[in-house]
Design a protein around this ligand. Structure first.
Ligand code: HGY
Ligand code: MN
Ligand code: MN
Length: 419
């Protein structure tokens, strides 16, 4: 059968239309999870899914599932999807691409009057970003049984609002129960420079780095910036600054795709003539190997203890998230590679530095991801951008890989040949 091709123009229009919800002046998107803007994005996806003849259900943590019946609807669905929530200064493609590409797969099958044997589902997972509520990939984590929904509903943001309250406020707390998934695919921009730098259109993703996240609280003593001699200070920000330098050293000296980031740092009392008595900061540590990830963390904990003694402050390091490096399904990875080849697209293996909902879905179903390049490898940035032809190419690979997994029902296979 000739490979099918997505309607790139329609996909791009949907992405730009969705990006208008939460659009920022610099061309990015701010659609933080479980806010009014997230509701609008969800409503838009649900409306489009229904227009495409799909049914939509919502589960207890707000995950959305748009479903297109298969010829044998008793079969576990072939699922795709990603997330509609963004970082506070996010872009048009992170997450949205995977959901819109899934919708385009269904729209294209509708164009061709093709029926798959297994049902097709397109998921929009709640709170993938983990920026407002910890942990990241919360919705897919509940679906995969990594987290209990009841516990996640109690998680609070910095203003003390719980996930449950926010979910109710946008009207997306549902009752759908999890169902067995036959295969899961996720299309996503790479969010790094490898594909663009190597002139490759498709990334056949092998898996994702393991991650350990920490909240760090450094307690010193507020004191007057004038009369307090330097040697008597208990300066929490000095200690935090030393720790930030160590975080960078560890990430640069350990092997296996080591990454470490301090992304959030809050100084108290944050007044220009007061020695800071408290710093709250975050640690995000990643690695392709579990044992190396642990070694990095142990090294950083030792550094924190030494800095605490040197600066005469207290340092508390609390782990808030852990998942091991993940590996996707070799058979599905092959189907991504074969689809790319059939479409005449360049393709290479790649490990994802970012985590995705696919990381948790890989625990309950055969899983693979399709990467496409993004401009300058930039993401989690309002300037995030991608090329329409590559966005379309990734969706065509997704379409053919999903079709291979779902099978084509007899009565419509004639159209497939014509497509
Ligand atoms: O942080 C991550 O890897 C993902 O963007 N949540
Ligand atoms: Mn993402
Ligand atoms: Mn992201």
């Amino acid at each position: 059968m000739n490979p099918l091709r997505a309607n790139g123009e329609r996909l791009w229009q949907s992405l730009m239309n969705l990006a208008a919800i939460g659009a920022t002046p610099k061309g990015g998107v701010r659609r933080i999870t479980l806010t009014e803007l997230d509701r609008q994005g969800r409503d838009r996806f649900a409306a489009w899914a229904k227009e495409a003849g799909m049914s939509v259900r919502v589960d207890a943590i707000g995950n959305m599932f748009a479903r297109r019946a298969g010829a044998d609807d008793s079969l576990p669905p072939v699922m795709t999807g990603s997330h509609l929530d963004t970082q506070p200064s996010g872009g048009k493609f992170d997450g949205a691409y995977g959901v819109m590409a899934g919708l385009e797969v269904v729209r294209r099958l509708n164009d061709l009057g093709m029926r798959t044997r297994a049902p097709i589902e397109v998921a929009a997972w709640t709170n993938e970003e983990g920026s407002r509520f910890v942990p990241t990939m919360m919705g897919s984590g509940v679906y995969a049984g990594v987290y209990e929904a009841e516990k996640m509903l109690l998680q609070k943001d910095v203003d003390g609002v719980s996930v449950g309250e926010a979910l109710k406020a946008i009207g997306y707390q549902g009752e759908a129960k999890p169902i067995k998934v036959g295969a899961y695919f996720e299309a996503h921009i790479e969010q790094g420079p490898v594909l663009e730098n190597t002139g490759t259109t498709i990334g056949a993703v092998q898996g994702a780095l393991g991650q350990r996240w920490f909240d760090v609280v450094i307690l010193g003593q507020d004191s007057h910036a004038g009369p307090t001699p330097m040697e008597l200070r208990k300066d929490a920000l000095l200690a935090a600054s030393k720790l930030v330098v160590e975080v960078n050293r560890v990430a640069r000296t350990y092997p296996d795709n080591a990454r470490a980031t301090v992304g959030h740092l809050r100084v108290s009392p944050n007044s220009r003539n007061v020695v800071p008595g408290r710093v709250d900061m975050t640690l995000d540590v990643r690695n392709a190997k579990d044992e190396t990830l642990l070694a990095m963390v142990e090294d950083l904990k030792k550094c924190a203890a030494a800095i605490a003694a040197e600066c005469k402050v207290g340092v508390e390091v609390r782990e808030v998230l852990y998942f091991a490096p993940s590996h996707f399904d070799p058979r599905l990875i092959d189907s991504v590679r074969e689809s790319a080849k059939a479409l005449g697209l360049t393709c290479r293996e790649i490990v994802s530095g970012a985590a995705h909902d696919a990381v948790y879905m890989a625990r309950i179903a055969p899983t693979a991801m399709v990467f496409v390049p993004c401009e300058g490898g930039l993401s989690h940035n309002e300037l995030e951008n991608a090329r329409p032809d590559e966005i379309a190419a990734g969706c065509s690979v997704l379409l053919n890989a999903m079709l291979a997994a779902a099978g084509v029902a007899q009565e419509s296979s004639g159209q497939a040949r014509a497509a």
